[in-house]
Design a protein around this ligand. Structure first.
Ligand code: NAD
Length: 480
């Protein structure tokens, strides 16, 4: 049984009970039992957190860049030296991660914090020629103020770190509203930032539900910008709200990423890549390649290899280093996969492998063949361990099917022909295309984000600090 945790809000660097005094239960995906309780924040708590953040913004943005850089580097060092001890069990118990994924999150967070620290001194401005020789023009890059961070459950440490570190690097303060599924990790991460020296008022964590706690944060007049990583449905609500108030908003939303397997690529190797790109964290990855498009000459060999590879996957035992994934986050997540699966089966698709729960919330690695192109399995995000494989006659049909989606987050193209690879990369409508790799790639410097229903804006490296700063033109009259 996981250890029991009871967590309060983190406001102005201090543990604070919710104004209502209420808590909500946190369930462990492995046992579906209560493993902790987190304070249930609402309007009044958001008020306190935003008031602290307004103060914190002045304190943090007034620090010299070298001080902000050093603070973020201290946070990275704390994460590198104590992250496993603080977060490894929590990531497994609260979010259902397997041990390898939990470790990856911790060390990717170190990388993100270091990368963000590196951006502090690169908030470059600009100058440009002026037709009037007596005048000079300059462009400054300034922080926005208070950034509201609304984060998801699937990578509750690394994504939260990414969403938080870059706005901080740019000189903003933050109020974090983590997923109600994973509040404990978020509060623990906020504490690490304060321990590293981020002014206590510049980072608050309010835990609670979307409507009760997220919505008042998004609409608060003291919040200058919003970053959401979450579902498209939530992005549509938050985006509309932010636009009402003309707030800057960055939305990293769902995906239905394609992996294109061309006929010159070894089908066995393609299957291994497809499995890695799809089943990490049970497919609860925005960039999972949940649509696989295969050219006819290698289709049968690819399917055979895929079936074999899926059946060889070790799943379920989170503390086994060879285990690829554990439970889905909750029962609703399992039911969603089942609903997509049964709809596709009723309408003519077949199952190559998998198709049912193994135990608890652990769902078998599942591959569907030829789902109808208007089925939910093909069109919507299942956010579980299920992918679809379809056969295409040639390159043009492959690209057309890869683009047969309202999402546009990432894609992979498997070919040994670099010209074809580039041709595909330019033709596929998505925020990223990876040649010779699957669609699930991360790099702290890269501009991650999507087109269409996958959202707007980009995160990573200076692309993030660009999002969370405003340009200001200042000119000066020198006189005659
Ligand atoms: P979700 O949309 O259900 O919740 C995300 C966050 O929004 C949570 O903190 C939730 O409480 C909050 N929220 C919900 N309604 C709200 C409202 N009305 N106002 C304010 N806040 C509200 O998403 P999830 O299920 O936690 O995460 C999974 C989703 O995230 C998937 O769709 C996945 O593709 C996406 N995701 C995208 C990326 C990316 O980089 N594009 C990365 C990871 C996850």
């Amino acid at each position: 049984m996981p250890d029991f945790h009871k967590s309060d809000l983190l406001i102005g660097g201090r543990d604070q009970k919710a104004q209502s005094g209420e808590y909500f239960d946190v369930l462990s995906p492995a046992t579906e039992q209560v493993m902790g309780q987190s304070a249930r924040a609402g309007n009044a708590d958001v008020e306190l957190a935003v008031a602290a953040a307004r103060q914190g913004y002045h304190e943090w943005s007034a620090l010299a860049p070298k001080e902000r850089e050093a603070t973020l580097l201290r946070a990275a060092d704390l994460m590198a030296t104590t992250g496993e001890q603080r977060y490894l069990d929590l990531l497994m118990d609260e979010s259902g991660s397997v041990i390898n994924k939990a470790r990856h999150e911790i060390y990717y967070t170190v990388d993100l914090l270091r990368t963000a620290a590196g951006e502090v001194r690169r908030l470059y401005g600009d100058t440009f020629p002026n037709d009037n020789p007596a005048r000079m023009s300059m462009v400054f890059r300034e922080p926005l103020g208070v950034v509201g961070i609304v984060s998801p459950y699937n990578a509750p440490l690394a994504l939260l770190a990414k969403m938080t570190a870059f706005p901080l690097a740019a000189g903003n303060s933050v109020v974090i509203k983590p997923s109600e599924e994973t509040p404990l990790i978020a509060v623990a991460f906020g504490k690490l930032l304060v321990e590293a020296g981020v002014p206590a008022n510049a980072v608050s964590v309010v835990t609670g539900f979307g409507q009760e706690c997220g919505a008042p944060l998004v609409s608060h007049s003291g919040v200058d910008a919003i970053a959401l990583t979450g579902s498209t449905a939530t992005g549509q609500v938050i985006g509309a709200q932010a636009m009402q108030q003309m707030k800057r908003v960055q939305l990293e939303l769902g995906g239905k990423s394609a992996l294109v397997v061309l006929k010159d690529f070894d089908p066995q190797q393609a299957a291994e890549i497809a499995v890695q790109g799809m089943f990490n964290h049970a497919g609860q990855i925005c960039m999972a390649n949940s649509r696989i498009v295969v050219e006819a000459p290698v289709f049968d060999a690819f399917c055979n290899a895929m079936k074999q590879a899926c059946e060889n996957l070790k799943i379920g035992d989170q503390r086994d280093t060879e285990c690829v994934y554990g439970p889905l986050i909750n029962r609703r997540a399992v039911e969603k996969v089942e609903a997509h699966l049964s709809d596709a089966l009723q309408r003519g698709a077949t199952v190559l492998t998998g198709g049912k729960v193994k135990q608890g919330l652990v769902f078998e690695p599942t591959v569907l063949l030829e789902p109808p192109r208007d089925s939910s399995a093909w069109r919507d995000e299942s956010f579980g361990p299920m992918t679809s494989v379809v056969k295409v006659a040639d390159f043009d049909e492959a690209i057309a099917l890869a683009n047969d989606s309202e999402y546009g987050l990432s894609a992979g193209v498997l070919t040994r022909d670099i010209q074809l690879g580039f041709k595909a990369a330019r033709a596929i409508r998505s925020g990223a295309v990876h040649i010779g790799m699957h669609a699930f790639q991360s790099n702290a410097m890269a501009p991650v984000g999507g087109l269409g229903l996958s959202g707007m804006g980009r995160s990573g490296g200076h692309y993030s600090t660009d999002e969370f700063t405003e340009l200001k033109w200042i000119s000066v009259e020198l006189g005659q």
